[in-house]
Ligand binder design. Structure first.
Ligand SMILES: [Zn+2]
Length: 502
């Protein structure tokens, strides 16, 4: 390694080290704000967080730093495999934001903050008109951001996709979602026509919170979560936060009359956490631990929530524990009934409550609308009808108001392009599940409680290179095949075909 490279690497890493300290402090405060912090102190604590985050942001704008990573990027052929990723990532982000002045950035933030408040009011009142002007403004910000990028993409929506899912394009998604519609719409009709009744009455029975907390602990231990390098807390909305290399935390929310809500959100966030806890240490050392895409992350969380958690084998493995903790709730329930209840297919209006089968429709609807909004300048006032029509077309349900329709999700108050990653996650994990199956009888591993073997396989194949590769390369690296929704669709048809006797 020549002297110039050494010198510039030193500058870059020193800055990143400092930025990481600010970032770490901000994350710890933020975690506290969302969990233990008293309500009245939250706003002030948010201000402290914002100050720390801004310090880190400023560091990233320093000329010396920019010059140093630009040099590294231009000479990336001489860097090791980790620093190559780092140089590429810093350079890409810089290209994306360098024409955005601090003043513009501040204006954008204000627009998004207002949009969030307007969205809350509008949702509360189920009145889209209260949100529409802000939504228009957010769209304008998004278009402005796209126009300021150095490497413009065509169509513009690809710029947004690339932000969340490096290497994914509209063409690939159109094809994948097209196949989904082709197979899933008629299959859903068959499910509806099957007349199969699934018992779910017991799911609403009382499940004491202390017992739910013990179940959460048990489940996290079972999947191989390391409590010495993590913690479990409660919040309004469950999430995972990797605060530091040895501090990857999860949160959940317990509802007394909804046992499965926390049960599956713990598995979901626990999946995210396993990804964080088993990221190679070298990635932290080289500041590339945050390079995994959202789709990769969602693939792992949904793998643990659905492929593992909602499998018959997993319900059989855990049912004794569930019976022991919730004797009243399970007094007249068999493992098979429990399995079927957590896999009930029922077309519904609300994405976050959707079952595993109909979930993808919720994403397809948002994806198709986002393309209309970004690529084709759809009129903001026409969106609610477009939304309702699509729900009717794909799911056979129609919202009776905007709260259960277009206003249900927070995402559009700060931009577009995020939703597809949720569906991609399901498709990725179906592909690597099949790869894992070449080596293991996965159901057998689950029944025997050998979840550590699964975690280790994930570490070796799924987690190892995630930070270093684009999504399309990553899935090819794991499976030896190009991205396809086929495995996912086969899985859905097989699983739900069996449950519904099709
Ligand atoms: Zn998630």
């Amino acid at each position: 390694m020549n002297k110039e490279i050494k010198k510039n690497l030193k500058i870059v890493k020193k800055t990143l080290e400092e930025a990481r300290l600010y970032g770490h402090a901000a994350s710890v405060l933020n975690f506290d704000r969302l969990t233990a912090c008293p309500k009245k102190a939250r706003e002030a604590q948010g201000d402290t967080c914002a100050m720390l985050t801004n310090q880190a942001f400023q560091l990233g704008k320093e000329k010396k730093f920019v010059r140093a990573f630009t040099y590294l990027y231009e000479n990336r052929g001489d860097l090791d495999k980790y620093d190559q990723v780092l140089a590429r990532s810093l350079y890409r982000n810089y290209q994306r934001t360098k024409k955005i002045t601090p003043k513009m950035d501040h204006e954008f933030t204000l627009i998004e903050n207002k949009a969030y408040v307007d969205w809350l009011d509008a949702k509360d009142a189920a009145d889209y008109a209260l949100f529409a002007p802000s939504l228009q403004a957010v769209r304008d910000v998004e278009m402005k951001r796209i126009s300021l990028q150095k490497d413009k993409k065509d169509p513009p929506y690809n710029s947004l996709l690339d932000l969340y899912e490096r290497g994914m394009s509209e063409t690939m998604l159109d094809e994948a979602f097209g196949e989904c519609k082709e197979r899933m719409i008629p299959f859903l009709e068959k499910i509806k026509a099957s007349g199969r009744q699934i018992r779910t009455d017991f799911l609403g029975r009382t499940a004491p919170v202390e017992a739910q907390a013990r179940l959460a602990q048990y489940l996290l231990n079972l999947i191989g979560y390391d409590f010495d390098r993590g913690a479990l807390s409660t919040t309004e909305h469950p999430f995972m936060d990797d605060l530091a290399v040895d501090d990857v935390r999860v949160t959940t929310h317990y509802y007394e009359n909804n046992l499965v809500s926390s049960m599956f959100s713990v598995l979901h966030e626990g999946g995210h956490a396993l990804f964080g806890q088993n990221t190679p240490r070298a990635h932290y050392k080289h500041f590339i631990d945050g390079e995994k895409t959202l789709g990769m992350h969602e693939s792992v969380s949904r793998f643990y929530e659905n492929r593992i958690g909602r499998s018959r084998a997993f319900i059989e493995l855990t049912f004794d524990k569930i019976k022991e903790l919730f004797p009243e709730l399970t007094r007249d329930v068999s493992p098979e009934e429990f399995y079927e209840a957590v896999n009930l297919v029922t077309p519904s209006l609300i994405r976050i409550e959707a079952d595993e089968f109909t979930y993808t429709f919720h994403i397809i609807i948002r994806y198709e609308m986002e393309k209309e909004i970004i690529n084709h300048g759809a009129k903001i006032e026409d969106l609610p009808k477009m939304w309702d029509d699509k729900y009717e077309e794909y799911l056979g349900v129609r919202p009776s108001n905007a709260r259960e329709g277009i206003l249900q999700d927070v995402h559009w108050s700060d931009g577009f392009g995020y939703f597809p990653t949720y569906a991609l996650g399901n498709m990725y994990n179906a592909m690597y599940y099949n790869k894992m199956r070449e080596k293991y009888d996965i159901d057998r591993l689950i029944r025997d409680g050998n979840l550590d073997v699964i975690r280790d396989w994930m570490t070796k194949h799924v987690f190892k290179k995630a930070d270093r590769l684009d999504a399309a390369e990553w899935i090819r690296d794991i499976t030896g095949r190009d991205f396809t929704p086929k495995d996912y669709l086969d899985y859905l048809e097989e699983k739900f075909g069996a449950i519904y006797g099709l």
